[in-house]
Design a protein around this ligand. Sequence first.
Ligand code: PLP
Length: 397
Amino acid sequence: MSDPTPKRTLATQVVHAGESRTRPASALATPIFQTATYVFEDTAEVVNFMEGSVNRIDYGRYGNPTVRVVEKKIAELEGAEDTIAFASGMAAIVTTCMTYTRAGAHVIIFSDCYRRTRGFVSKFLARFGVEHTVVPAGDIDAVERAITPKTRLIIAEVPTNPFQWILDLDALSAVARARGITTLIDSTFATPVNLRPMEHGIDLVLHSATKYLSGHNDVLCGAVAGSESAISLIRDVRNDFGGVLDPHAAYLVLRGMKTLALRVAQQNRTAARLAATLAEHPRIKNVWYPGHPSHRDHALARRLMDGFGGVVTFELDGDPAGTSRFVDRCLIPRIAPSLGGVESLIEQPALMSYFDMAPEQRAALGLHETIVRYAVGIEDTEEIIADIQQALDPTPR
Ligand code: PLP
């Protein structure tokens, strides 16, 4: 018999996936189930639940129906069996790392992963006897060399921040699978609109849903997608750690996700235009955008991705003070950390996320103060371009 549900495109999935057609009180929007606990009709139901013959939620740290819709929606978009949601991206990372490691285990992490993920692995996990190796951005040979019999987890990001290096996920998953090692890809910058790492053999896909998935710079959320068995292991640890997504936050994530495909398509378009404009400008020394032919990983990005994201990183041909004056002259983007929301945001990474890093360490990573990260929002493309042009070419007063 043929499957009655046709395979939907992502634009339809973001609206409907995970949501049942019958809703409490016939409400169209998924309601916010604002409850910390759930009642049993009688003691017989308690006993049935405890014995496992009734499947339901008994307490808010173990589940919530609004949160569950978020989890099911992300699972469908990623092509995963299941997903687990968290109070933040970092709660997702920490809980997943704690699920897959123990004293004596070894973790491999790429040098260009989110700095707090690296910090957690190198400082915090180390306190519990978990060893790690940091491998250079994009270097799969280095991963192979770093693997030991104790390696349990490989953590990478695609694309990375701020240079947006792309990793060959097929090669990585082949290396890891041959040795039974779990792979975790932080796909926050890509979103399932542009990349679905599980299609390339990756085991776990992580999102700071604070960024593109929720998309409005108004809520924090994390998520990990994977097989049913992997997610149930992580869920068990989350039930102890308690980093659960609040139902109000879940509602905002759900509402934001309805427009994910529209927003990301617009952000892809604007970022591509911005990268092309900057690449031609005499005041710009370098542009890093995986959709631009000048990017080191452009061919790989074209192979893996359906779109190239909304972040453009570039370097001004000038000094740090001149770069700051340029940033201050931009009228559309606001100066703030984060990305992926409807508002364009701009920052000099050396003055923001990497401010507390020693200058020589920053220099080793190529993070000069003349580098700017522009995370485009959904404002009009041509107005964003005109704004950047006026900031680069101010008319003399
Ligand atoms: N992963 C990436 C790539 C990020 O950029 C961030 C935050 O900036 C995180 C994870 C952490 O997410 P959250 O801020 O939601 O805890």
